[in-house]
Design a protein around this ligand. Structure first.
Ligand SMILES: NC(=O)c1ccc[n+]([C@@H]2O[C@H](COP(=O)([O-])OP(=O)(O)OC[C@H]3O[C@@H](n4cnc5c(N)ncnc54)[C@H](O)[C@@H]3O)[C@@H](O)[C@H]2O)c1
Length: 367
């Protein structure tokens, strides 16, 4: 109680200006993700958490304690955080339906933005964000941290150099053994597809972005089927799917087969996430960076050994470095990566919802 009283009285107070040369980061939405990423922000040299914002008092309380070293200002209205002169960069980790609104406000106020994925959940709002970002010329990092995985980067570079010939097909999946907990602290928005964008946009945007990256293209059309197959209307009012299969054809001809389920029993082989990239000369398992040459005598070969990297830390470091060196294009997942990833997921989602093949131009956005 004492802590809460302190927070309420501090709410709205301006943050102390940052010592010279320091970058002040404001955290909007300090739930599971925001609280976690804040640790990577605090691990950066010359960076302080200048402000935090959440609409839930218990979240604010917890985050304020975790960031006590930096004595951040505390807000319940994100606009006050964005107006804070001590905030140079904003990390946005609110529910998905608020991303575009919060990112546009931050960019218009001249702040750099680290925006959690998906960048948006509707094509029109993503188009609007891209337009504002072009005017703003600020550093934007999208929270697709697989782009900061050095082994994946090197493996995909090798694929682009032709190690399996011409890429013709990708098979990928995101399978889990159970539904997300129905009583978790994110359950108030997660199961509502109007707020989360549905599981394909909220979660598989990571996986589909890697497919785009490996294919070196973006989908031209998609069709698929799915729904709430095991947990219909559970939790009550649920509009998220729990399983679907999708086919995409890329603009450069690559075909993709993708599925996501929450009901893959743990003992059944083939669980988890993978990306198999097939070319005219062989295939690569991206997850293990292993090349499988085609033909009888081809022996599997590990292209790059595993590297122990904290992807979240690396991703935040890439953001801070881009700010420090004034080089927006040096981030590992820029807004174009995020927008293509989100639109890829939205294309698949809407093809499933409409039970018809949709094309990229049906999205109605020019990137
Ligand atoms: N990059 C990743 O791998 C990754 C992992 C998990 C979640 N995420 C993304 O992070 C976001 C948050 O997910 P989460 O699991 O932390 O959810 P969460 O529910 O735990 O946290 C969201 C927080 O935002 C707060 N919030 C809601 N409306 C707000 C507003 N108007 N102003 C300020 N705060 C507000 C909520 O009170 C809550 O504390 C989602 O977009 C999710 O997709 C990304």
């Amino acid at each position: 109680m004492i802590r809460r009283n302190f927070l309420y009285s501090a709410a709205g107070a301006a943050a102390a200006q940052n010592p010279s040369g320091q970058i002040g980061v404001g955290m909007v939405g300090v739930g599971n993700r925001g609280g976690y990423v804040m640790k990577s922000v605090m691990a950066q040299t010359g960076v302080r958490v200048a402000a935090i914002c959440d609409i839930k008092p218990d979240r604010l309380d917890k985050a304020a304690s975790a960031a006590a070293r930096d004595n951040p200002a505390v807000y319940r209205d994100y606009r006050a955080l964005i107006d804070d002169k001590g905030v140079n960069a904003v990390h946005i980790s609110t529910p998905c339906d608020l991303h575009v609104e919060h990112a546009i406000a931050a960019l218009k106020a001249g702040k750099h933005v680290y925006l959690e994925k998906p960048v948006g959940i509707t094509p029109a709002s993503i188009g609007e964000l891209v337009k504002v970002a072009r005017q703003a010329n600020r550093v934007i990092q999208v929270g697709q941290q697989l782009r900061s995985d050095p082994r994946m980067r090197k493996t995909i570079e090798r694929i682009h150099q032709g190690v399996i010939g011409k890429v013709v097909m990708i098979k990928a999946q995101r399978h889990a053994g159970d539904d997300l907990p129905h009583d978790s602290s994110s359950a108030d928005w997660f199961f509502d597809a109007k707020r989360s964008g549905d599981v394909i946009v909220e979660m598989s945007v990571h996986n589909l972005d890697v497919c785009n990256w490996a294919a070196n293209s973006r989908p031209e059309r998609a069709s698929g089927f799915g729904g709430a197959l095991v947990w219909p209307n559970d939790p009550l009012g649920r509009t998220n799917m729990d399983g679907y299969t999708l086919s995409y054809e890329y603009a450069n001809g690559v075909k993709l087969s993708f599925s996501q389920v929450f009901f893959h029993p743990r003992g059944l082989p083939g669980n988890g996430q993978y990306w198999y990239v097939y070319g005219t000369e062989g295939a690569v398992d991206l997850g293990t960076s292993t090349l499988y040459p085609r033909g009888r005598d081809g022996k599997p070969q590990v292209l790059f050994p595993e590297e122990k990297v904290d992807l979240n830390l690396a991703h935040v470091t890439s953001f801070i470095e881009a700010i420090r060196t004034s080089s927006p294009s040096s981030v590992s997942a820029d807004l174009m990566v995020g927008a293509h990833g989100a639109l890829t997921a939205i294309l698949g989602r809407d093809a499933i919802y409409g039970k018809k093949t949709l094309t990229w131009s049906d999205l109605g956005v020019e990137l």
